[in-house]
Design a protein around this ligand. Structure first.
Ligand SMILES: C[S@@+](CC[C@H](N)C(=O)[O-])C[C@H]1O[C@@H](n2cnc3c(N)ncnc32)[C@H](O)[C@@H]1O
Length: 490
């Protein structure tokens, strides 16, 4: 079998840095990770810090790629900034799609049998083993946290839904190609070891973005999936699949991968979801922006389900967190989420309790001493699912003023998330220099374009500074190459 697709020039040559390599019995593969859009550099920073490798940030916003060896796989699952993980089978930076739809789809079909699947499938097997161990530790009766109407980040690009590969009857006894990896789910490997489960079930998911394609993602998934099925003799199953093959197409970038996560890792902390629960990966990005220090007092005065302080208490646990909300249900959810994690941790060794307290309060009148808080980090009502735009015109100035009162002048910081940018900008201008805007990261929250504003509490005293001023906003990019401070939608 030929090892390269018969296509002109270098159009389908794999990128050398992404090529899988074997180091003795240790495999080196490229891991792809979806991350909250806007926080790609934060995720790359975390990968460098925890795994020690440089990550490449994809042109396709919301994805990073980095090399790992097979023994580092468990570390990859510990990353806090990543939503979904996959192992790259092959990557093409400049795939030259044919003009006609038929030719392109035929080429995608041919590609399936020519890809270097072996190492990626080995990693998938290893990953399966890791998941088994984790489930054993958790106990088999563990139920999945059910998200409510949670706001989730969606890729900025138009992602289409997975479609079934064309049903194709595999011809019995057909000789396998030599490079077909020998892969069967052993009874030991499969928890539901039904005899028929020995045949691998799979699905192909195509995520496509770009307007210059002659085909839809459904067509690409169907034809590529059909060829994968024929090549491996796997069985297509859209719901109970063992392997999810990903076909990610972004303009001329094509990445074929195998999923390593069944559900996004951002659900890790929350068992009691609310109407606007923030994904933990986004919370992590917000927390990193304000760089918590040992013994910092960190406040989320509008905590909802407590997603931000919980992520902080788990990951930056040398600080102390106070979570508050004026809604009883929200406070209860936070308490339940904290308890749930405390219980989970109590089953392990002798891990100490979480450094977090929960209070019911009105943010505009906090029961806290002036200048007693180091960092305020919160997700404000956008006025869409929570609160209203009209109410925000009163709420935003009052809360910015009260936050300025409790935050330490000169050194205090705030990281505030909102989609109501106009109201927020106006409210800040009314603060007369209590807050200075340092940096903004533009993110996508449930399809809404929102800003994460890093503010610094200036030394200005409250009372002197309530009139509206056109304060020159000092813009300092605290993270090099991070998203521009300018709102592209304005
Ligand atoms: C966008 S939600 C926060 C969601 C939260 N980050 C989560 O992950 O669940 C905003 C929260 O602000 C709360 N809120 C609104 N006005 C408030 C006020 N004056 N004082 C305290 N909390 C308030 C709402 O009850 C709501 O829970």
């Amino acid at each position: 079998m030929s090892s390269s697709v018969e296509q002109g020039s270098d159009s389908v040559e794999p990128t050398p840095t992404q090529t899988e390599a074997s180091t003795g019995s240790m495999l080196t593969v490229t891991i792809g990770a979806t991350v909250p859009t806007g926080f790609e550099h934060t995720a790359a920073e975390e990968v460098k810090e925890k795994i020690g490798v440089d990550a490449k940030i994809s042109k396709d916003r919301g994805r990073i790629y980095f090399p790992v060896t097979s023994d580092e796989l468990h570390q990859v699952h510990q990353l806090r900034s990543v939503d979904n993980l996959f192992v790259v089978v092959e990557e093409y930076d400049h795939y030259q799609f044919k003009e006609s739809k038929d030719e392109t789809l035929t080429e995608l079909q041919e590609l399936a049998s020519k890809l270097p699947w072996t190492n990626a499938l080995e990693i998938w097997k290893l990953n399966r083993g890791l998941k088994r161990k984790k489930h054993h530790r958790k106990g088999v009766n563990q139920t999945k946290a059910k998200p409510g109407s949670e706001t989730g980040d969606v890729p900025a690009a138009d992602t289409e839904h997975p479609v079934p590969p064309q049903a194709m009857s595999a011809s019995e006894g057909e000789a396998k190609e030599d490079n077909t990896p020998d892969l069967e789910i052993s009874e030991q490997d499969s928890q539901q070891a039904a005899p028929e489960a020995k045949i691998i079930k799979f699905r192909v998911t195509c995520n496509r973005a770009g307007d210059k394609h002659s085909f839809s993602s459904n067509e690409a998934a169907r034809d590529f999936g059909g060829a994968v099925q024929e090549f491996f003799q796997w069985k297509a199953d859209m719901t109970k699949f063992d392997i999810e093959v990903l076909l990610n197409i972004h303009n001329e970038e094509v990445v074929i991968g195998i999923a390593l996560t069944e559900e996004s890792l951002h659900r890790r902390n929350i068992s009691h979801f609310g109407p606007t629960t923030l994904r933990s990966t986004l919370c992590y990005g917000m927390l990193r922006l304000c760089r918590p220090q040992i013994s910092d007092i960190i406040l989320d005065p509008m905590c909802g389900t407590g997603a931000i302080p919980l992520e902080g208490a788990l990951e930056f646990n040398s600080s102390f967190y106070i979570a508050g909300d004026n809604n009883d249900m929200a406070v209860n959810r936070t308490v339940n989420n904290v308890c749930h994690i405390q219980k989970r941790r109590a089953n392990k060794d002798s891990t100490p309790g979480l450094p977090i307290d929960t209070v019911r309060w009105d943010l505009c009148n906090l029961p806290l001493r002036t200048s007693s808080v180091d960092i305020i980090i919160t997700d404000m009502p956008f006025g869409k699912r929570m609160g209203s735009r009209k109410k925000n015109w009163d709420l935003y100035p009052s809360c910015l003023r009260e936050m300025a009162r409790v935050c330490r002048p000169g050194s205090g910081k705030a990281v505030l998330l909102t989609q109501d940018k106009k109201c927020f900008a106006k409210a800040i201008s009314k603060m007369g220099g209590l807050w200075r805007r340092m940096h903004t990261v533009w993110v996508n929250v449930g399809g809404l374009h929102a800003g994460v504003y890093l503010l610094k509490r200036t030394g200005a005293t409250i009372g002197q500074t309530t009139e509206e001023v056109n304060e020159p906003q000092e813009v300092v990019n605290t993270q090099e190459d991070q998203t521009e401070d300018k709102d592209p939608s304005c």
